[in-house]
Design a protein around this ligand. Structure first.
Ligand code: ADP
Ligand code: MG
Length: 465
């Protein structure tokens, strides 16, 4: 009975500290809009960097020819080739391959990482079949999707600001990542030119727009989280170049680094952040994304094991190990709807090493997954809402004109596979927008849109165009 009381006390405290009432989400969205404006002014203290992508035109559908894309994410990288057939034929053929990044390369040297990537790319190019056509005398061209913050210096160059997620490689920060990749391709004897360097959010936005003309923003919910959207060029005070003819510029918000007193930050978040590779950074990302959700659950379960002997008199040693509980496992436990929570029980046995858990312990575990996933999903929805606010798509037009249709492209393994998470994002966004506006807003999965998007941008920035 004493144990139960103590467990209830911890759970109650977790519920309270991770709560995200709608009014709080609205004030978080307002704070994000303020940070976006600061970032667009170039305020160095802004926590949203609002990076200029140099993409001032999104795909039109006229793109034509053979293009490659390489997508370096946080867990995997993908290589892709696509034969584009212009307005009539669109995507004639596409092929891709996915390679997981060996963990030691995430914390090794720049050269090892880029050599590994270039080698995989060279192998992939070798398998190019008859269905793909490169005109005589032309060099193959590549769109490079790089899911880390970069200061772009042009559409096809940019320097790394910092590593995030699980990456920590010395000597890459400040370097031009396209130059690094190009040198590695040369070392592989691969003759290919990088014609577009894009963040994954920008790639997803481009791919999303190609499929749906009303796409104005893209959001990634994968290992990490980030968003990009189409901004009016004249609403970017820090842009000192010529105004693009389109009048638009795609902005990579780098919203993962959002930070605010309003965020419901618990002791578990603070401890995880403190022990992370990048303490004090990417606070919003650490509350939302796939790399961290399972780890937050683990920390809460560990507290319950210590304070309320959740898993018996001894704290299971495996539960002490950072990141043993991965978000896909959390998702599997959370979705277990069997009457005895059999899947969840098997996962606990597998991961934590406790064989016989009572039904009550399983229910508690599922409840913790629910609290952590719900907070992440609701905060992500607040972020999407803040972008819609920034571009004035959050309300009925004041001039009496009809509500335009607004589409947001979403991608990332978390959103794609964690159904309870994605449906909570969708329903929270609808709740924030209200019935009338939400009926004109669609959030849609743009599965691997960033790969196609990078290839499309490589096409529109081709050296032969
Ligand atoms: P990246 O973000 O590295 O580019 P992805 O978009 O493929 O890669 O996302 C991979 C991330 O998605 C994983 O790190 C994991 O956190 C999350 N994920 C993958 N599968 C699932 C799943 N079944 N349930 C919950 N999260 C998942
Ligand atoms: Mg990705």
């Amino acid at each position: 009975a004493e144990r139960k009381r103590r467990a209830a006390a911890v759970i109650e405290e977790v519920e309270r500290n991770l709560a995200t009432p709608t009014a709080l989400l609205r004030s978080i969205a307002d704070a994000m809009v303020v940070e976006m404006e600061r970032g667009l002014r170039g305020d160095i203290h802004a926590c949203l960097k609002m990076l200029i992508s140099y993409v001032d035109n999104l795909p039109t559908g006229d793109e034509h020819g053979l293009f490659y894309a390489l997508d370096l994410g946080g867990t995997n990288f993908r290589v892709l080739r696509v034969q584009l057939g212009g307005r009539e034929k669109r995507v004639v053929k596409q092929q891709y391959e996915e390679v997981s990044i060996p963990p030691h390369l995430m914390v090794g040297t720049s050269m090892e990482l880029f050599d590994f990537i270039a080698a995989a790319l060279a192998q992939f190019v070798d398998t190019e079949g008859e269905d793909f056509h490169l005109p005589e005398g032309r060099q193959r061209e590549l769109g490079f999707t790089f899911s880390f913050p970069v200061n772009q210096t042009s559409i096809s160059s940019g320097t790394l600001i910092k590593w995030t997620k699980g990456f920590s490689i010395n000597g890459t920060v400040g370097e031009d990542v396209v130059a690094e990749l190009s040198r590695a391709m040369e070392r592989q004897g691969l003759d290919m030119k990088v014609t577009a360097l894009v963040n994954d959010t920008v790639g997803t936005l481009a791919g999303g727009r190609y499929m749906d003309n009303d796409v104005v923003a893209a959001v990634i919910l994968g290992t990490g989280t980030n968003a990009a959207y189409v901004e009016h060029a004249n609403a970017i005070p820090k842009w000192t170049g010529l105004l693009p003819r389109s009048g638009n510029m795609v902005i990579n918000t780098e919203w993962g680094s959002f930070k605010s007193d309003k965020l419901p930050l618990s002791e578990y978040d603070k401890a995880m952040d403190f022990e992370s590779l990048n303490p004090g950074e990417q606070i919003y990302e650490k509350m939302i994304s796939g790399m961290y959700l399972g780890e937050i659950v683990r920390r809460i379960l560990l507290k319950l094991a210590h304070d309320a002997s959740l898993f018996g008199d001894v704290v299971p040693p495996k539960l002490e190990q950072p990141f043993v509980l991965r978000t896909p496992d959390m998702s599997a436990m959370h979705h277990d709807s069997s009457h005895d929570l059999k899947i969840l029980g098997a996962k606990l046995k597998d991961i934590v090493g406790v064989a016989d858990t009572s039904l009550e312990v399983r229910y508690i575990t599922r409840h913790i997954c629910d609290i952590v996933a719900e907070r992440g999903a609701r905060l992500a929805a607040a972020g999407i809402y803040s972008i819609l606010k920034k571009i004035g798509r959050d309300k009925v037009p004041s001039d009496g004109s009809k509500l335009p249709r607004t589409a947001v492209a979403l991608d990332g393994g978390l959103y794609e596979h964690y159904k309870k998470f994605s449906s909570c994002v969708d329903s929270t966004l609808a709740d924030l927008l209200g019935e009338e506006v939400s009926s004109s807003v669609v959030a849609k999965l743009a599965n691997d849109g960033s790969g196609i998007g990078a290839a499309l941008l490589a096409a529109s920035h081709s050296q032969y165009a």
